[in-house]
Design a binder for this molecule. Structure first.
Ligand code: NAI
Length: 359
């Protein structure tokens, strides 16, 4: 296995480069492993972020993903109040490569070689079984089979629910969801559970999913009304809850939204930074995606620590308080909620950096 540190000059011109602390390229010809591990920032602690497996068009695209996603994890972990930095690994599969256990073991060796500065976990394209293979070579891995957070989605859903309560309180003056209508788009691991909690809290549900069987099941489970997937954002609802794929909020969809709140689990909901302003201009309260969907990473980060069950629940529920603070400050400063979320994360990072310089 070859592990090569990318030097700063090689990275500096890259559009996704943001003073990343350490970026390595990993290659192993026997298993076909080709990976990038990007450690963006460790001011708050070791860099935690999942390992994504994808068939990229080329290596440049894989590097871009690693740089972009690792920076995102720094902000997510900082805002979630975790003492962890941000990192990410991407494994670029070649046309002939299969993601076999031997490949993940080699990847684990690379993680081990980074001495705990990067902690890996499951992400798009990886499973707990893959993490088990990684764990044969390193202890710096989370989410192996049998570990308490093999499936982080219930925690993500709990955080989203508390985020919705905070948004309802800010926008409608009460945390009571009875009588409100929520349009839940995507009824998978997270969306299903969020819908269940919303229904239990008295909300009327509009549900949509491209999976017909899942949709039918949801309609009968909560006496919900089915909506076509492409109509979910413009359904007559008070709250739009995107829990499918990203980039759903853009110049076309935002003018069509009828809801007063957008608060859901989907990653990368905004197609571009200007979409946060588009939502604000329409008076739509947006819960920044990486703030509201941090429940899973919180559970992964705290798993295994003493008294963790209680601590995890409390910290996941605190997503509601974080969002309440974001909404209040955005209103006060006339800024978008997305900008305030970034600023809060940056403030926490700046404090950590000042402390470590003083020490
Ligand atoms: P999932 O794959 O279990 O569920 C996604 C659901 O959306 C599926 O039921 C799928 O049929 C449906 N879907 C896909 N395209 C759709 C469309 N156009 N309209 C309506 N439904 C559609 O995924 P999961 O784990 O529930 O995640 C949902 C979102 O939350 C994703 O964006 C994910 O990145 C994000 N997220 C998930 C976390 C987790 O803990 N699982 C953590 C943080 C973010």
């Amino acid at each position: 296995m070859q592990l090569r540190h990318l030097a700063a000059p090689e990275l500096e011109d890259h559009p996704a480069y943001d003073r990343h602390q350490e970026v390595v390229r990993v290659e192993d010809t026997a298993t076909g492993l080709c990976a990038f591990i990007a450690i963006h920032d460790t001011s708050l602690g070791a860099a935690l972020g999942g390992c994504r497996v994808w068939r990229y068009a080329d290596e440049a695209e894989a590097l871009t993903d690693a740089l972009r996603l690792s920076r995102g994890m720094t902000y997510k972990n900082a805002l979630a109040g975790l003492d962890l930095g941000g990192g990410k690994a991407v494994i670029a599969l070649g046309p002939e490569t299969s993601p076999a256990p031997a490949l993940f073991r080699k990847f684990g060796e690379a993680v081990e070689a980074l001495g705990g500065r990067y902690i890996t976990a499951e992400d798009v394209g990886t499973s707990p079984a893959d993490m088990q293979a990684v764990a044969e070579a390193t202890t710096h891995v989370r989410g192996t089979p049998g570990s308490r957070v093999e499936d982080p989605s219930p925690f993500t859903a709990l955080g989203v629910f508390h985020g919705i309560l905070a948004a309802a309180e800010h926008r409608f003056g009460a945390r009571d969801l009875a009588g409100l209508t929520a349009s839940v788009q995507g009824l998978g691991h997270v969306g299903w559970r969020v819908a269940e909690m919303l229904s239990r809290a008295g909300a009327e549900l509009l549900v949509s999913d491209i999976d017909r069987a899942r949709l039918d099941k949801a309609v009968s489970a909560w006496d919900a009304a089915a909506v076509a997937p492409q109509e979910a954002h413009r359904a007559r609802a008070d709250i739009f809850v995107p829990c499918a794929l990203g980039a759903g909020l853009n110049a076309t969809t935002i003018p069509q939204i009828r809801a007063a709140i957008v608060a859901g689990a989907a990653n990368n909901q905004l197609a571009g930074p200007q979409d946060a302003s588009r939502l604000a201009e329409r008076g739509i309260l947006y819960a920044p995606d990486y703030a509201i969907n941090a429940g899973g990473v919180i559970a992964i980060a705290l798993a295994g620590k003493r008294g963790s069950a209680q601590a995890v629940t409390e910290k996941v529920e605190a997503i509601g308080a974080t969002l309440a603070a974001i909404f209040a400050r955005a209103a006060e400063e006339g800024a978008t909620t997305a900008a305030i979320a970034d600023r809060l994360a940056e403030e926490r990072l700046a404090t950590a950096r000042r402390r470590s310089q003083a020490a």
